[in-house]
Design a protein around this ligand. Structure first.
Ligand SMILES: NC(=O)CC[C@H](N)C(=O)O
Length: 255
């Protein structure tokens, strides 16, 4: 059976573990480098990326995380996890923070503002409906959320979000990195895929819609078909959009 790890240093790892349970998959909490061995895929949750990076450093996790990403094993970063996976981050705290990298993009760490500017919105994600069924949109829960400013040519854009009008204006380094310019587009990228890396600026694990988790597991399945032979992700555990009816929800989620 495929083994899905969830980086459990800080942030919404319990919610990811719970979302995995809802679709009949047992997640494994990861806190030490050696726990990455034997995993087929990994979720890096949201939380606070500077704190998470300090904890990851403390536990000497960065080399092992880079190796995991470099090996082409599926990795999904949500929110702070997206920041971890970006090759470049701007808007960081003084002194910056270490990144795992691997995802060819520039991310703004607090693009949508502070806690007070957190919001929910309906996002258009036709890819999700194509692959996992259900509606063309999903609920996007954005909490002190980052956004992706630029992507490389290998990165597939899965979702964009209109930039909320009340959001404080942010400056971003210009291409040369010297001058600063104000972000002026009316839309911004919030979900991408680059090969085995999936990244979302929002929190699917806080909603009852399990399609992002299923999509991620399907990526895992593509790369390790054998590991999934014993995993019953079809019929019984897939259920309808909104999660399996057979397993009780054990954490509060947004309906
Ligand atoms: N909900 C989140 O994960 C927020 C991430 C936050 N902007 C950060 O740095 O780390």
């Amino acid at each position: 059976m495929a083994v899905v790890g969830v980086l459990a240093l800080q942030g919404s790892y319990n919610e990811h573990m719970s979302a995995l349970r809802r679709i009949g998959v047992k997640g494994v909490e990861v806190r030490k480098p050696e726990q990455l061995q034997g995993l087929d895929s990994l979720i890096i949750p949201g939380g606070e990326s500077t704190t998470m990076a300090k904890l990851a450093n403390y536990h000497n996790l960065f080399p092992a995380l880079r190796e995991f990403v470099g090996a082409g094993k599926p990795v999904w970063g949500t929110c702070a996890g997206l920041i971890f996976l970006a090759n470049k981050a701007v808007g960081q705290k003084l002194g910056g923070q270490e990144l795992v990298g691997g995802l060819d993009c520039t991310v703004h760490r607090n693009f949508f503002g502070s806690q007070l500017q957190s919001f929910e919105t309906e996002l258009s994600v036709p890819m999700l409906a194509d692959k996992e069924g259900g509606s063309n949109t999903c609920r996007g829960v954005f909490i002190r959320a980052p956004a992706i400013l630029e992507v490389g040519s290998d990165v597939e854009i899965l979702a964009e979000c209109p930039v909320p009008s009340g959001r404080p204006s942010i400056t971003i380094p210009s291409a040369e990195g010297v001058e600063e310019e104000v972000y002026s587009k009316d839309r911004v990228i919030v979900a991408v895929r680059q090969g085995s890396i999936l990244a979302t600026a929002f929190h699917p694990e806080l909603t009852s819609d399990c399609r992002w988790h299923r999509f991620f597991l399907d990526m895992d399945k593509e790369s390790h078909p054998k590991a999934f032979s014993a995993l019953s992700l079809s019929s019984s555990s897939r259920g309808s959009e909104g999660g399996s009816k057979t397993k009780p929800f054990d954490l509060p989620i947004f309906e």
